[in-house]
Design a protein around this ligand. Structure first.
Ligand SMILES: [Zn+2]
Length: 462
């Protein structure tokens, strides 16, 4: 715990409430200015890029001043990412909180291990802002889609990779889908910013922990080696029973491609990359409620991911000497779309393994079953898949989501419910008024005629 003092003051700000993004950004700069030099740690904040709504993506890095001064060989870097999915507030809040709540502990780690720590607390600030103002359950980014009409945003965790290898298999025109993968890999500027961050320096000495909500599992990359599986299990173990290791399947389909950690480890050549799915709300009344984790849970979740971070340092810092030799084995990178940023990436993809998929089939928590449609024949090409791979627990049974088409219809409504319900209400209102006016007019004319007929009758009798 940071306790009293500068870090303590920042902790009070960061760990008790879900901050607006402008406040988050302000706090990230303050972390760098206020904590730099404390406990022998060099703390730096850096703006990676600006989003389409002009919000800064900010990284904070911490390393031992002593080690930095002695300019030792490249240290191991543990990069922790939060907020990739807009509605998973607990993810970005806990990454932010970690930096200040555990600053002293992080300083100890930096003093005793050859590591550097990097944090990207919120990768999707536009989406996050949207969940605060407009639609709480929004998942994607908010950049307008060139061909998507009124639809905006891409699912960041489906937009990484290499076409037809670690990206694709879905419908590039499913603009309405929650899992919209984009028309090409790295279409989302947030994905490009993270790509550049991951490729910078020496990826072979980088460990990535990508924090999501709410399946309570640790996922390695698809097609993970036995060693990697053992490491994922060990990271899960460090959470003291909160998270469990979950195996990923070998099914290829739209819901399993474009996932960031897969590209990072298989193509960017990072040493290892994992998804950490922290717990959602304890007793949610429905699926969307699951993401509404109370702010009182930020500190506890932070403590848990700190333990996992420590475990990752333990696991990988010790084989740093081995990492020197890893350099020569570093995977060579296939071509990615980099026309807009000039990054040179080697195009020699000799190891185009068949992509394997996330298997959510047996990802059960106490009262939830993580949705999985299983091997959905006939759905593969549609791209409208029912599960959000790493975070689609369902309120009832996975069976409820086995019909991909039904779920897709649900998603479609979900994405546009605001606009469409307004239009529908307006139409009903106008139609009602018109019907009423017509009835009044018909009655008036009938009465006129009846009156005229009565007058005629009376006249005839006279
Ligand atoms: Zn997520």
């Amino acid at each position: 715990m940071a306790g009293a003092g500068t870090a303590g003051a920042l902790e009070a700000r960061a760990c008790n409430v879900y901050l607006r993004y402008d406040s988050t950004a302000e706090l990230l700069w303050r972390i760098a200015s206020d904590l730099n030099g404390l406990h022998g740690v060099s703390v730096r904040a850096q703006e990676l890029a600006r989003t389409s709504e002009d919000r800064p993506l900010i990284t904070v890095t911490m390393e031992s001043m002593q080690r930095a001064e002695r300019s030792l060989e490249d240290p191991l870097e543990v990069l922790m990412i939060g907020g990739m999915h807009a509605r998973e507030w607990i993810s970005s809040a806990s990454v932010l909180c970690l930096m200040v709540r555990h600053f002293e502990r992080l300083a100890e780690i930096l003093a005793t291990s050859p590591v550097r720590l990097a944090f990207l607390a919120n990768l999707n600030p536009d989406g996050y802002a949207y969940t605060r103002t407009t639609q709480r359950s929004w998942r994607r980014t908010r950049t307008p889609l060139p061909r998507g009409g009124k639809f905006a945003g891409i699912d960041l965790n489906r937009n990484f990779g290499v076409a037809n290898e670690t990206w694709g298999f879905g419908n590039p025109e499913a603009f309405f889908s929650e899992l919209y993968q984009g028309e090409y890999p790295f279409e989302a500027l947030e994905a490009r910013a993270l790509r550049d961050l991951v490729l910078a320096g020496n990826p072979a000495r980088r460990i990535v922990l990508d924090v999501h909500c709410c399946a309570k599992v640790v996922f390695p990359v698809y097609n993970a080696s036995e060693v990697r599986v053992a490491e994922a299990t060990q990271l899960a173990h460090a959470s003291q029973g909160v998270l469990r290791y979950r195996e990923r399947s070998d099914v290829i389909d739209a819901k399993n491609t474009g996932i960031a950690v897969d590209w990072m480890e298989r193509y960017a050549g990072v040493r290892a990359a994992f998804m950490l799915e922290v717990p959602g709300k304890a007793q949610p009344v429905n699926f969307h409620d699951l993401f509404r984790v109370p702010a009182s849970a930020i500190a506890g979740t932070t403590d848990m991911i700190e333990l996992i971070l420590e475990e990752a340092v333990k696991l990988y810092a010790q084989d740093l000497s081995g990492a020197n030799s890893v350099e020569s084995e570093q995977p060579r990178l296939p071509e990615v779309d980099n026309s807009d940023d000039g990054i040179e990436i080697d195009n020699d993809d000799g190891d185009a393994n068949v992509l394997q998929a996330v298997d959510m089939r047996e990802t059960k928590s106490e009262s939830f079953v993580i949705a999985d449609a299983g091997p959905l024949s006939g759905v593969r090409e549609s791209g409208f898949l029912p599960t959000l791979a790493e975070d689609v627990p369902t309120p009832d049974e996975s069976a409820a989501f086995e019909d991909a088409i039904i779920f897709d219809a649900f998603t479609k409504v979900e994405d546009n419910q605001d606009m469409e319900s307004v239009h529908l209400l307006a139409a009903i209102f106008v139609l009602g008024i018109a019907t009423l006016a017509l009835c009044v007019e018909v009655i008036r004319r009938c009465r006129e005629r009846w009156h005229a007929w009565r007058m005629e009758e009376a006249r005839r009798k006279l």
